[in-house]
Design a protein around this ligand. Structure first.
Ligand code: NAP
Length: 245
């Protein structure tokens, strides 16, 4: 990853943090996007720098186009154009569909799909002009299977499948690629919101008999971000312990 510049959205904690740190440790320049916690984002930067890499913390709410454009300028000033964009920022607002408010629907769709739209369009020229440009969207097993109480999240995560397949076609002429990574249930604060009895039921459905780790997901993202994945595009790579077999 030496000499490549990567932007990871929602990188102040969880999966995004793991991806940012792994890309940084493998030699990339990393833009660590955060929305609310500069302290957490700065810790990620420190970890990358301590491992000999280069990183900056860059604030933007991905739902705001102007904020994303300012982030673009900040990253260009620090590192130049972005080779790898990882659309990772995400939220949940879980509730049964019949009780779901329009606001709960809109917020989740806006972060996952609106954020992917804003970031991808803002950095599209960078990815297209890079010799090995990469668009990577973090989707979910829930986008494939659905999940009780997550109609908004499932719709957003399924939407990313169609999004990357289309962008794979639109980027192909440039040699750049677009793919999704679809984690299963992964040990982060997002999983901590799931009640224990539901966690037990989920665990019974995982053939490998454990929840995923942040490293499980970051390893696959690092591979997709690298030059070794240059003939893979428009794909969804599952990282779910066999849940979808
Ligand atoms: P997490 O621990 O809750 O972290 C989410 C990150 O996204 C935080 O850094 C958060 O920053 C950021 N974020 C949220 N809204 C944002 C916005 N509008 N603009 C910029 N950043 C924003 O979640 P996670 O579990 O690591 O999940 C990361 C991604 O993996 C998400 O897309 C999620 O859907 C997906 N995923 C997770 C699992 C799982 O089991 N954990 C499984 C499949 C897929 P703030 O702190 O500022 O809010």
């Amino acid at each position: 990853m030496e000499g490549r510049t990567c932007l990871v959205t929602g990188a102040s904690r969880g999966i995004g943090r793991g991806i940012a740190e792994q890309l940084g440790e493998s030699g990339a320049n990393v833009a660590v996007n955060y929305r609310s916690s500069i302290e957490d984002a700065e810790k990620v930067v420190e970890t990358i720098e301590a491992a000999g890499g280069s990183a900056i913390a860059t604030r933007a709410d991905v739902t705001g186009r102007r904020e994303v454009e300012s982030m673009h300028d900040e990253i260009h000033d620090a590192f130049g154009p972005v080779d790898v964009l990882v659309n990772n920022a995400g939220i949940t607002q879980d509730t049964k569909f019949e009780e779901m408010t329009r606001d709960e629907w809109d917020q989740v769709i806006d972060v996952h799909l609106g954020g992917a739209f804003n970031c991808t369009q803002t950095f599209f020229d960078d990815i297209k002009c890079s010799e090995e440009g990469r668009l990577i969207c973090i989707s979910s097993i829930v986008g494939k299977q659905g999940n009780f109480g997550q109609a908004n999240y499932a719709a957003a995560k399924s939407g990313l499948f169609g999004f990357v397949r289309t962008l794979a076609l639109e980027l192909a002429e440039s040699g750049s690629t677009a793919n999704c990574v679809a984690p299963g249930f992964t040990e982060t604060s997002m999983l901590e919101t799931v009640p224990d009895r539901v966690r037990d039921v989920i665990l019974e459905e995982i053939p490998l008999d454990r929840f995923g780790t942040i490293e499980d997901v970051a390893n696959v993202v690092e591979f997709l971000a690298s030059e070794e994945s240059s003939y893979i595009t428009g794909e969804v790579l599952d990282v779910n312990g066999g849940m979808d077999l």
